[in-house]
Design a protein around this ligand. Structure first.
Ligand SMILES: [Zn+2]
Length: 661
């Protein structure tokens, strides 16, 4: 087994520590109401769905063949993510109703646990006796990982150890089954998740065995002979003829069938993001965690290589990743089709997780920029403004006709958010990220505090032996002004590092009213000011937000001759409700006036963008499908809304990338 040397290599050691979610209070602004809707609408709605679909009752282990609501092998993970979201939310704002429900579900989980620690509803009632015989596809370790994350969150939120103890027993059982020692299975999960969960369990318990087990799962992945084949043989199957292998072989994955599971190569040898997008994101998050805990630079190097590939070749402007519907996966460089974009909400959430871990090493704003871009676009597009319906896929363009005339409809692809899905990973994933968003705003390191995201909030943190209260007042992303107050309990020296977003030119900053020449103080995307701070010191930051036209790389074939509009971190789109049909005919000429207005009554209060545009004169087209190219263009004004807010009105056309120059 790889020797673990915790934190021996100081050069690699993670420099920053996030300020924990429970120490950050988000107030009003853009995110306060979103967290409130998450607590009062999303969490109850998701509980009802878990209840009505049988997910919660399945934990009673009473299901028999012939009964309705046959448990599915990933159901435990949906409940786990809901508990995790509820835990964060409860700690921020007590809610008796939700707390009672969480406690009831935890009691069911405890009762569903076997003597040896094992918990899984599917393998308890649908395929009893077959546990750990098909970790290739059956998500057993994935479900365990989500339950562990939920238990850690619940412990941190309430201080109650009950659920954590349950999950330690389960993790101990997993440790007794998997590993390189004689008699153990040399396996790993087809869907990464347990790896990052075990790091969380290690951090909260201090038990090194959980860190070692996580290292084992990451190190074992992609080694030959493939465990997935060994376990197929153990099941009495011919691995070459197993249905999954056959279907994967038919999928023509360039890197081979195991690329779908990121098991085509050992993780350190992977240089491009291949296969199922969520799995890549969770795997890389775990690799970054392990690099931070063990000082293993080779893992961080692999993360950086994959990061470059994802963010410079394979990511949508919204932070969406994984364009292909068929297997929720990456395809090839610059392949970002718009209408068929899959961009699973969970994959963007995973990108936020990964970015957040990467930025803690050096405090490099390149990670924070992607984290913010993804959060404000491809992540929150996943939930309706009302908080009770969800996108699984996040398209970059849409036409209702694509869905009205199909032989089969995949509910995940529909242009209207759905209340729930048969495979409902995304809704509770959004709920847990929204509830724990406080964790993404600030970090600290020795004598230094970082502000990553501009979110109206307050935190109290300890630096050395002194306490500092840090607060932000802002209407970001609508408004370009951010007021930061630094209040140490007594005068103290510290470095304040404030992110200057990559999208921003001409940021201005004043300290206690005095202008500071920002350019002299910026390092890796952060403005760094070391000085003596005293109670009530104020920083006023202005991040100018002109509307920008963005073009895509020339190799991104779908977007040649097209532009997207951005203002600050937000990507904009055109919707039929505001602009009529045939959005693809709209052309934004060079020099077009682009103006931004705050409309408090529209879509919960948004900044809209109006742009001068051209469109062909349809009255010149009689009953023709094609004609000589000579149709003059008419001047019109179009109105764009933030991408995340699309599909909250009537179903209609939508585009992000419009013709333009
Ligand atoms: Zn999902």
């Amino acid at each position: 087994m790889r020797e673990i040397k915790p934190n021996l290599d100081n050069t690699l050691r993670k420099k920053l520590t996030p300020v924990a979610w429970k120490n950050v209070k988000i107030v009003d602004g853009f995110w306060g109401p979103r967290q409130e809707i998450n607590r009062t609408v999303t969490l109850p709605a998701e509980y009802d769905q878990c209840k009505n679909t049988g997910r919660i009752d399945a934990l009673k282990l009473k299901w028999k063949p012939g009964d309705p609501n046959k448990p599915h092998h990933y159901w435990d993970s949906d409940i786990a993510k809901w508990i995790e979201a509820a835990a964060y939310s409860l700690a921020l704002k007590p809610d008796n109703e939700i707390e009672k429900k969480v406690d009831e579900v935890i009691e069911l989980i405890e009762k569903a646990q076997y003597e040896d620690g094992y918990i899984n509803t599917y393998f308890s009632v649908v395929e009893p006796g077959k546990r750990w015989t098909n970790v290739y596809v059956m998500h057993e370790l994935y479900c365990a990982g989500h339950l562990i994350e939920a238990a850690v969150a619940y412990y941190e939120a309430t201080g109650k150890r009950r659920f954590l103890n349950i999950m330690c027993r389960y993790a101990d059982h997993i440790d007794s089954v998997f590993g390189r020692e004689e008699g153990k299975k040399r396996g790993y999960c087809g869907h990464q998740e347990i790896e990052l969960a075990l790091v969380k369990l290690y951090r909260v318990t201090g038990e090194e065995k959980y860190l070692k087990l996580s290292c084992y799962f990451i190190d074992e992945r992609g080694k030959t002979p493939h465990f997935f084949e060994a376990e197929a043989i153990a099941r009495g199957e011919d691995p070459e003829k197993s249905p999954i292998k056959e279907s994967l072989n038919r999928s023509y994955l360039a890197a081979g069938p195991y690329a779908y599971f990121q098991a085509h190569l050992p993780v350190r040898e992977q240089t491009t993001a291949e296969g199922h997008a969520v799995r890549v994101m969770y795997m890389c998050s775990a690799m970054a965690d392990l690099a931070a805990e063990t000082g293993d630079k080779s893992l961080l190097d692999a993360c950086e290589t994959l990061w470059e590939n994802v963010t410079k070749r394979r990511m949508y402007i919204t932070g969406g990743v994984g364009p292909l519907e068929g297997s929720e996966r990456f395809t090839f460089d610059y392949d970002c089709p718009n209408e068929s974009a899959y961009n699973e909400t969970c994959a963007s959430i995973g990108l936020v997780f990964w970015a957040h871990r990467m930025l803690q090493f050096e405090g490099d704003g390149k990670y924070t920029d992607i984290m913010e871009q993804t959060l404000y676009n491809g992540v929150i597009s996943g939930v309706s403004l009302s908080g009770d319906s969800f996108f699984y896929a996040n398209h970059l363009a849409s036409h209702p006709g694509l869905y009205e005339n199909k032989i089969s409809r995949n509910p995940r692809m529909l242009p209207e958010r759905q209340k729930w899905f048969e495979c409902s990973c995304c809704p509770p994933n959004l709920a847990r990220l929204t509830a724990s968003l406080g964790e993404y705003i600030y970090s600290k390191s020795e004598g230094e505090v970082y502000i990553h995201l501009f979110i109206q909030s307050e935190t109290e943190l300890e630096l050395g032996n002194k306490r500092v209260i840090l607060s932000q007042k802002t209407e970001y992303p609508w408004d370009e002004k951010i007021e930061i107050t630094v209040s140490p309990e007594e005068e103290m020296e510290l470095t304040l590092s404030v992110r200057i977003p990559g999208w921003c030119n001409g940021a201005q900053l004043r300290v206690n009213g005095e202008a500071v020449a920002i350019e002299h103080y910026v390092d890796k995307g952060y403005f760094k000011l070391k000085r003596l701070w005293s109670k009530g010191d104020k920083i006023e930051l202005v991040l100018p937000m002109p509307v920008e036209k963005i073009e895509a790389h020339p190799s991104m074939r779908n977007n040649c001759g097209r532009i997207a509009l951005m203002r600050g971190p937000l990507v904009y789109c055109l919707e039929e409700t505001d602009n009529g049909k045939d959005l693809n005919d709209i052309f934004i000429p060079a020099g077009s006036t682009l103006s931004a207005h705050f409309d408090k009554d529209m879509l919960g209060g948004i900044v809209t963008i109006c742009a001068d545009a051209l469109i062909r004169d349809k009255s010149r087209w009689e009953n023709q499908l094609y004609k000589r190219a000579e149709t003059p263009k008419e001047k019109i004004t179009v109105k764009a809304i933030p991408y995340y807010a699309w599909s909250n009105r009537k179903v209609g056309e939508m585009i992000v990338w419009m013709q333009g120059e």
